[in-house]
Design a protein around this ligand. Structure first.
Ligand code: GRF
Length: 204
């Protein structure tokens, strides 16, 4: 898939978004960052967008622009207006509407901080994922990039990396280690998409 026009969705820090933007800037990825959308007006990712002059939108149930009839319409309208052809979710805490998934079929990626299908599904996000890993006997965890479908964490897996879990790990140490691996993994998967080494329309 050539000519990646990315639309990022994130709710908090945006360290994954930042890592991808760095890889665009340094030439590793040939992609255009079109917009960054957050539901959270205080999200760090909106600062990242402003600092890099990438159009940023805080869209949530309270504050979508008047010209739209609903939040979903506002999100879709903003993506269309900016010609986004690939959506990159990175710590976006809201469920993506089935309508958006239908319009962007096989064009919405998400990152999950574990080795799916393990430790996924509704309610498995953030520290809950790492707590569950620490409560298991697993000696490794990881990160997964997958396509988004209407079911949580169930879409086709596009890339994974393994991360060791150490005996004395806490949620904090484990999540930080996984996050560092995430920063590399997301760009690697995007590179494979750019080079058509991953065909997003292939059957699962
Ligand atoms: C990451 O751990 C990601 O796997 C999860 O949310 C976190 C986002 O972190 N979905 P950041 O905002 O990119 O720093």
């Amino acid at each position: 898939m050539q000519n990646l026009k990315l639309g990022f969705f994130a709710s908090h820090n945006g360290s994954n978004v930042k890592a991808i933007l760095e890889n665009i800037k340094n030439g590793y990825l040939n992609a255009q960052p079109k917009i960054i959308i957050s539901n959270n007006p205080n999200a760090g990712v909106l600062e990242i967008a402003r600092a890099r002059k990438i159009p940023a939108f805080c869209l949530n149930a309270k504050n979508y622009p008047e010209k739209y009839n609903s939040l979903n319409e506002a999100i879709l309208g903003t993506l269309t207006e900016h010609q986004v052809n690939l959506i990159v979710l990175a710590g976006y805490m809201k469920k993506i509407s089935p309508a958006l998934i239908a319009v962007y079929k096989n064009r919405i990626l998400n990152i999950h901080p574990a080795l799916l299908p393990k430790f996924g599904g509704e309610g498995m996000y953030g520290e809950f994922v790492h707590q569950a890993v620490l409560a298991s006997d697993d000696t490794e965890t990881g990160a997964t990039i997958h396509l988004v479908t209407p079911e949580y964490d169930e879409g086709r897996i596009l890339g994974q990396c393994q991360v060791p879990r150490y005996k004395n790990d806490t949620v904090e140490t484990l999540s930080q280690r996984v996050l560092r691996f995430e920063h590399t993994l997301y760009s690697q998967v995007l590179k494979d998409i750019e080079l058509s080494l991953i065909n997003l329309d292939e059957e699962k």
